[in-house]
Design a protein around this ligand. Structure first.
Ligand code: UGA
Length: 426
C-alpha cells in the first residue's frame, strides 16, 4: 500500500519504517526542514536501538518531505503522528493535529483515510470529521483511530510484535484498508468504534502509570514496616490476574507519555463530567517518590551542602536519550538547591541533559563519576550500570554509599561487598 506518515517523532518514524519493512511505500512528512534533511542523509533525530539498521534496510521504500501537499497525493492512508503536548491547563494541545488536518483538507484530490495514531483525547475523531466537512471540497474521506503502544527503547520490537492492534473505524472501507495494512502482523486485532479506540490508549497508559504508583506506595509501606518491596512485588506479580510487569518500584515514571496522558485523561474526564481522582493520586504519589529519594540521600549523607554526589543515569528510562519529564531533572535540581555538587554520566542522554541541567560535571563513564564522590545515586537502570565493576567503584568513592533509585542490585550482596546500600522500599 502507499501510505503517508505525518510527524517523524518516535511514533511516526518507527511506524513509517515499520510499515515499509512490511513492503509498503511510505512517505514521511515533517515540517522540520533540518530533520527531513538529516533523514534524507540517513541521520536519525532520535536514539532507538535498531532504528539505524531499519532505516538503511528500507531506504528504497521510504521518502522524506516537508510538504504535506506533496506527501499525501499518492497515498490512500494518512497517519497523523504529530505531537500532542500538554497545555498549561493540563489538556492535550491539539493545534498540531488541527494544522495537519487543515492541510490535508486543503490539498487532497481523492479519497483519503485519515488515521489518528498520536495519543489524542476521546472525541478528537469527531472534531477531525467536522473540520474536514467544513474545509473539504466534497471529496470522500474516512477517519479512524489506531493508537500506537510502542515504548521507547523497545520501540521496534513493540511495533512489529504488539500485544494487540486496535482499530477504531466507522466504515467498512476504512476497516478493510487497515486490516490489509496490518495483515503481515501476527497480533490479535480489536475492531472498535473510534471513541473506544481513542479511550483505550489513554486508559492503557493511565492504568500502567497507576500500577507503578501503586507499587511505589507499597514500597513506602515496606520501608516503614521492614518488608522488602522486591519480594512483595514478586509475590503480587505471580498472580496472573495482576501480572509481574510494571511492578518495579523506584523514583517514579517520566517520559513524554505517562505524565502528559494522565493529565490529559483527567482533563477530558472532567470536561465530560467525571472527576477521575484516582489519576490525581497516581500523579501525587509519583511526585512524592522524587522527594522521598532526596530524603534518602539526605539521611545517608547528613548535610548536602558542599558534598559531591555522583549520578548514574539521566534519561527517563534506559535505551533512550529522552529526558522529557525525567525524574533525574527534579532530583538533581533538589540536590543542587541543598548545595550539593553534581557529577553525572548517562550513556546516551548527556547531550540533551546539558541543555537542561546546568552546573554539573559531566563524566565519561561510571568510574569517573564515582571518583571522589560522597555517594553514588542510580537514577536510570542502564544495563552497563548493572554490570559495572563494583570493587573498583568502591575504591573510587570517598565513602562507599550507593543509593539505588531503580533497585538494580541485591541489598545483601551489596552489603557483603562493604557498601552502605539504600534502595527503594527495602
Ligand atoms: C509508554 C507505554 O508503555 C507505551 O505502551 C506507550 O505506547 C507509550 O508510553 C506512549 O504513549 O507513546 P514509554 O513512556 O516509552 O511507553 O516507556 P515505559 O516503558 O512505559 O516507561 C515509562 C516510565 O515508567 C519510565 O520512566 C519507567 O522508568 C517507569 N517505570 C516503568 C517504572 O518506574 N516502573 C515500572 O515497573 C515500569
Amino acid at each position: 500500500m502507499k501510505i503517508t506518515i505525518i510527524g517523524t517523532g518516535h511514533v511516526g518514524l518507527i511506524s513509517g519504517l515499520g510499515f515499509a519493512e512490511f513492503g509498503n511505500e511510505v512517505v514521511c512528512v515533517d515540517r522540520d526542514k533540518g530533520k527531513i534533511l538529516n533523514l534524507k542523509n540517513g541521520k536519525l533525530p532520535i536514539y532507538e536501538p535498531g532504528l539505524k539498521e531499519l532505516l538503511s534496510k528500507n531506504r528504497s521504500r521510504v521518502t522524506f518531505t516537508t510538504s504535506i501537499k506533496d506527501g499525501i497525493q499518492d497515498a490512500s492512508v494518512i497517519f497523523i503522528c504529530v505531537g500532542t503536548p500538554t497545555k498549561a491547563s493540563g489538556e492535550a494541545d491539539l493545534s498540531a493535529v488541527e494544522n495537519v488536518v487543515a492541510q490535508i483538507a486543503e490539498s487532497m484530490k481523492d479519497y483519503k483515510l485519515i488515521v489518528e495514531k498520536s495519543t489524542v483525547p476521546v472525541h478528537t475523531g469527531i472534531k477531525i470529521k467536522q473540520f474536514m466537512k467544513r474545509r473539504g471540497k466534497n471529496i470522500a474521506f474516512d477517519v479512524a483511530s489506531n493508537p500506537e503502544f510502542l515504548s521507547e527503547g523497545n520501540a521496534i520490537h513493540d511495533f512489529m510484535h504488539p500485544d494487540r492492534i486496535v482499530i477504531g473505524v466507522e466504515s467498512e472501507r476504512a476497516k478493510k484498508m487497515l486490516l490489509t495494512l496490518y495483515k503481515p502482523m501476527k497480533a490479535p486485532i480489536l475492531i472498535t468504534d473510534i471513541e473506544s479506540a481513542e479511550l483505550i490508549k489513554h486508559a492503557s497508559n493511565s492504568f500502567l502509570a497507576t500500577k507503578i504508583s501503586f507499587i511505589n506506595a507499597v514500597s513506602r509501606i515496606c520501608k516503614l514496616s521492614g518488608a522488602d518491596i522486591e519480594k512483595v512485588a514478586r509475590g503480587i506479580g505471580m498472580d496472573h490476574r495482576i501480572g509481574s510487569e510494571f511492578l518495579n518500584a523506584g523514583i517514579g515514571f517520566g517520559g513524554f507519555c505517562f505524565p502528559k496522558d494522565l493529565r490529559a485523561f483527567r482533563k477530558i474526564s472532567e470536561k465530560l463530567g467525571f472527576e477521575f481522582k484516582l489519576l490525581e493520586e497516581t500523579e501525587k504519589i509519583n511526585e512524592e517518590m522524587k522527594h522521598h529519594f532526596v530524603a534518602i540521600v539526605e539521611d545517608a549523607l547528613w548535610n548536602l551542602n558542599g558534598k559531591t554526589i555522583g549520578i548514574l543515569g539521566l534519561s527517563f528510562k534506559p535505551d533512550t536519550e529522552d529526558m522529557r519529564y525525567a525524574p533525574s531533572i527534579d532530583i538533581i535540581q533538589a540536590l543542587q538547591k541543598e548545595g550539593a555538587k553534581i557529577k553525572a554520566y548517562d550513556p546516551q542522554a548527556m547531550p540533551v541533559a546539558k541543555k537542561i541541567l546546568k552546573n554539573i560535571v559531566y563524566c565519561e563513564n561510571q568510574y569517573d563519576v564515582a571518583k571522589g564522590a560522597d555517594c553514588l545515586c542510580i537514577l536510570t537502570e542502564w544495563e552497563e550500570f548493572k554490570n559495572m565493576d563494583l570493587s573498583r567503584i568502591k575504591t573510587l568513592l570517598k565513602s562507599p554509599i550507593i543509593i539505588d533509585g531503580r533497585n538494580i542490585f541485591d541489598k545483601k550482596e551489596m552489603e557483603k561487598l562493604g557498601f552502605v546500600y539504600k534502595g527503594i522500599g527495602r
